[in-house]
Design a binder for this molecule. Sequence first.
Ligand SMILES: [Zn+2]
Length: 328
Amino acid sequence: MLNQCPTCEKTTGMEIIHRLQDFEIKGEKVTIEVSLYHCKECDSVFSAKELGDPFKTAYDKYRQQKGMVQPEEIVKFRKKYGLTQKDLSDLLGFGGITLSRYENGALQDLAHDHILKLAMEPRNFIELILQNPTFAQDQKWKSVLFKLNEELSLIEHVDMLFNKTPPDEFNGFTPLKISKVADVIKYFCYNRNIYKTKLMKLLFYSDFIHFKNYKHSITGLRYAHLPYGPVPDGYELILGAVLKSDPNIKLEPVDFGEYSGELVKIVDPPIFGNLSETELDVLKNVSSKFEYFSSKAISIKSHKEDAYKGTNNSELISYIFADGMSLE
Ligand SMILES: [Zn+2]
């Protein structure tokens, strides 16, 4: 904290203020909130390193608006396969320090962003390695291939079970994506004690409210009418796939004698690379609405929804019911 004003040298008036500031990035306006020191004595303002890097924040926001890969996602992707910056640069054909610059927050050019995004899809990543014999023969890359094949068989398994028919009113006109389910789970459960039973209802409200506002669901989950409320169809299988594909999500059994449940634990601070701005917005509203609801309270509310009252036991619930739903 800055104690003395560099302009008037008084020590009595320094405070931190926040204001909106426009940045121009590649010809486009990006507005972010910046933190500054303000001197109440002489009204000067100062930026300072310890108050965060506004350029980094502006680039992050720009990337989010454009659907570009974020630096943290590149790091996460690379480390997931145990690769060094050089390994990945060599494979992608990026020059020496390019990848390191991107991981440190420099704005990637669009061609590189495109390559990164493609490479982050397991099917493409496998192809990329196999196309290049020097990589494919290498022991290190063989273990990457092994990991990718495991990942891919999981995705194919899920597709076979849940995405064999074209998207319809029961999955909110969206194919099921395990990576998005994982992101939503991380959003709700990071730094909070959320039980599996409550999480199921949070997923339901998120998908349905997003459908109501934007005409498609977030995750592509189908929900079924079960005695204790709407629940993702095949949730044990789906949760299994999520846990297997994302080591950052863990289940922790808790036992209070009479009552037992499972807490969802998020190990590291998450990033939400698979979610759009409208999706994050809906998650924020759902999260704040139900912050103080117990598993039981949210279950009781869900029983009163048309989506639940209008369907019978074990039936799938159409997203069309979302029209009558609200968080009020
Ligand atoms: Zn001053």
